[in-house]
Design a protein around this ligand. Structure first.
Ligand code: SF4
Ligand code: SF4
Length: 232
């Protein structure tokens, strides 16, 4: 039985619960700067969840990620995300830029509640525009490969709730068509019978590849506490 359509529908419904927070903060924030505080709240939540489930936040709890999937995907060309955006140095560069902006602008706005809210709204607006402009000609989840919260989730979530692949994978690549972050799971197919941890910590834990796999070769390992690439 093909369970993929139902899984996609369920995921979209969950994303629908949260996507509206992004336009609310970006558009409404210019009138009500207090809405800008949704940004640090989301950052704290995303980083906190990473300790237990990696980038689970990014799949459907993140208002921006949900907006990318529900809205931006309709106009994105859905091409391969350029390797530059997956480069660790590039991710660190983006994180440093954003931290520098925050730590220089927030003290200047202090102690104005609205002033600091405007700093967050400005940052949210600029990064949303960047995500849209780069996401249309490449892939709608382009921003998610170098988003600082995602980068923190990548680092803090190593080994948390990992995806496993077994040797029953026949490299049909059907899972490639559903992965929002374009991970090639089949390249980690083990030769022997032991399942193998896929060392891709940008995985959003959406589970769509599990539903798409006709060989039932993929699954999450819920009690895995080891290091990446290690057999279990
Ligand atoms: S869909 Fe399953 S069998 Fe096909 S490449 Fe992906 S993991 Fe392997
Ligand atoms: S690897 Fe699978 S679970 Fe992870 S983001 Fe891609 S489709 Fe979702």
């Amino acid at each position: 039985m093909n369970t993929l359509p139902a899984a996609i529908k369920k995921r979209s419904a969950r994303q629908f619960l949260f996507f509206w927070i992004l336009p609310l903060a970006v558009i409404g924030g210019w009138r009500f700067p207090i809405l800008g505080y949704l940004l640090p709240l989301c950052m704290i939540a995303g980083i906190g969840i990473a300790f237990f489930k990696g980038r689970y936040w990014c799949d459907w709890l993140c208002p921006r990620g949900s907006s990318w999937d529900l809205l931006l995907s309709r106009i994105s060309l859905k091409k391969r995300i350029p390797l530059l955006f997956r480069n660790t140095k590039f991710k660190i560069f983006i994180m440093m830029v954003m931290m520098t902006v925050l730590f220089t602008q927030l003290p200047r706005a202090w102690p104005s509640i609205d002033g600091m809210g405007r700093v967050f709204v400005t940052m949210l607006s600029v990064t949303t525009i960047v995500g849209i402009v780069l996401g249309i000609p490449t892939h709608h989840r382009n921003w998610c490969t170098y988003c600082p919260v995602g980068t923190m989730g990548h680092w803090l979530g190593k080994g948390k709730y990992p995806l496993m692949i077994s040797s029953s994978c026949n490299e049909c690549k059907k899972c490639d068509t559903v992965c929002p972050i374009q991970i090639k799971r089949w390249q980690y197919r083990p030769e022997n019978g032991d399942a193998f941890v896929i060392p891709e910590w940008d995985c959003l834990k959406c589970g769509l590849c599990i539903e798409a796999c006709p060989q039932k070769a993929l699954n999450f390992k819920t009690n895995y506490g080891g290091i990446y690439g290690k057999d279990f």
